[in-house]
Design a protein around this ligand. Structure first.
Ligand code: RFL
Ligand code: PHB
Length: 421
């Protein structure tokens, strides 16, 4: 079998890329090792930047998101028993974010791709990529018990942190940068109304807590826990008690408790693989970089990569130019490193590091106070949180990011930014 773009991995990066390419008239095949139900139910991110929202609309997958997604115009920081709200539109010239779970993004993209896109194979486990430095790279994979090959013009590795695509970059040429953290998150889903109208990020002596939301009746909540924590040690009552203690601040209302329907422990890691392109193999999303989730950047970085890549492949197949493909890695890595820094900053400012002395704790509080009292410091956080523009040549940028400043609640205007328009 031959295709123009062979995509390894059917997570948000692979699925969104397939949709954007389809809209641009470029064939692709998506190979996903897991089954559909598994991919659709993996609990992960919840915050979409404006650029991601626009790209989903451009991919034709914005309808349910625009109906069910919750536009958030700010977040609350709680520390030292106080609460401080960051007003995103005021701090960023009109930007906001959308709360719409990754599970729903993935369901929407899968339904659309199966209805009107190229092949999307579940249970297709890729073993490796050969010929990255030739003009016909080949993906080796197993599907329905048979070993098969897919010949491609280009291969895109959207296969997550543990994927095989990055191995196509010779070891001597691959650079990796990594940091692990001395804590994890216990993440839960609860049939309980959200803590507030907006997300709450809480710094406390007992550790970090985050109160997020999935719908008016479902909360997504996180607690900092030690690495190696066993969920069995966290019965529901203990989780609610701990959330109550960590989220408490002057004037905060009571926590609405309810049945907890899912619990898992997530390790925290920062990781970057460079370069993001080798020959005709390109990496996108978690395959190339991981951030700790405190800045809500993982899914959004994955979307930003494939926006740049879809534009680059569109240029390649409409004009024959490889200029954008040639600059793909550098373009993405600039934004990736900014997000790495922001995610590290949010993580180390808000968590209780077991190795910290009282001196470092005072520094954290001082930094949080600075954010609460200085418009400049608050704007720096807010700009990074709502997302920086996707950097690419002027020829492509406006079609993807127009409407960025005001239109998170969005309508047809953003859909008009379709890559294929
Ligand atoms: P994904 O979502 O990991 O998708 C990769 C896909 O590739 C498939 N795959 C293969 N397919 C075929 N052959 C192979 N050899 C393959 N190897 C792997 C996998 O089955 C999978 O379907 O990467 P993608 O598309 O780049 O998307 C990135 C986002 O998923 C990720 O950045 C975020 O979800 C990160 N993240 C979070 N981000 C947030 O902003 N907020 C969160 O709360 C949050 N929670 C999380 C997370 C990531 C987690 N991981 C990766 C462990 C919670 C978890 C548990
Ligand atoms: C989520 O809703 O799952 C979520 C929100 C913000 C984060 C991380 C996760 O920083």
């Amino acid at each position: 079998m031959h295709t123009t773009v062979g995509i390894i991995g059917g997570g948000p990066a692979g699925l969104l890329l397939a949709r954007l390419l389809h809209r641009a008239g470029i064939d692709s095949v998506v190979l996903e090792s897991r089954d559909r139900a598994y991919v659709e139910q993996r609990q992960r991110a919840g915050i979409l930047e404006q650029t991601t929202v626009d790209a989903l609309r451009a991919a034709g997958a914005g309808e349910r998101m625009d109906r069910e997604g919750l536009v958030h115009h700010g977040v609350e920081l709680r520390f030292d028993g106080r609460s401080h709200r960051l007003d995103f539109p005021a701090l960023t010239g009109g930007r906001s974010v959308m709360v719409y779970a990754q599970t729903e993004v993935v369901k929407d993209l899968i339904a659309l791709q199966l209805r009107e896109g190229g092949p999307l194979l579940f249970g297709a486990e890729v073993a490796g990529v050969d010929g990255a430095d030739t003009d016909r790279p080949v993906i080796r994979y197993t599907h329905e018990g048979r070993e098969q090959t897919l010949t491609c013009d280009y291969v895109v590795g959207c296969d997550g942190f543990h994927g095989v695509a990055k191995r196509a970059i010779p070891e001597a040429e691959r650079r990796t940068f990594e940091r692990t953290y001395p804590y994890s998150w216990l993440g839960v889903l609860a049939d309980a109304p959200p803590v507030g109208d907006e997300l709450v990020y809480a710094h406390s002596d007992r550790g970090f807590a985050l109160a997020s939301v999935r719908s008016p009746t479902v909360s997504r909540l996180y607690l900092q826990v030690p690495n190696g924590t066993d969920v069995a040690d966290w019965p529901d009552e203990r989780i609610w008690d701990e959330l109550g203690l960590r989220l408490a601040s002057e004037g905060s209302g009571p926590l609405h408790r309810g049945p907890i329907t899912a619990k898992s422990v997530l390790p925290m890691r920062s990781h970057v693989t460079e370069p993001m392109r080798w020959g005709r193999v390109l990496l996108a999303g978690d395959a190339a970089h991981i951030v700790p989730p405190t800045g809500a950047k993982g899914l959004n970085l994955a979307a930003a990569d494939v926006i740049v890549l879809a534009a680059a492949l569109t240029e390649r197949y409409t004009t024959g130019s490889t200029t954008l493909l040639d600059t793909y890695s550098d373009t993405c890595l600039r934004r990736v490193w900014r997000a790495e820094h922001f995610s590290w900053f949010m993580t180390t400012t808000l968590h209780t590091d077991p190795g910290h002395t009282p001196f470092e704790r005072r520094l954290q509080i001082s930094q949080l106070e600075r954010i609460a009292t200085s418009t400049h410091a608050a704007a720096e956080l807010a700009e990074n949180y709502v997302g920086l523009p996707v950097g690419m040549s002027a020829a492509c940028r406006p079609r993807v990011t127009a409407g960025c400043r005001t239109d998170v609640s969005g309508t047809a205007a953003a859909a008009a930014n379709s890559m294929s328009s």
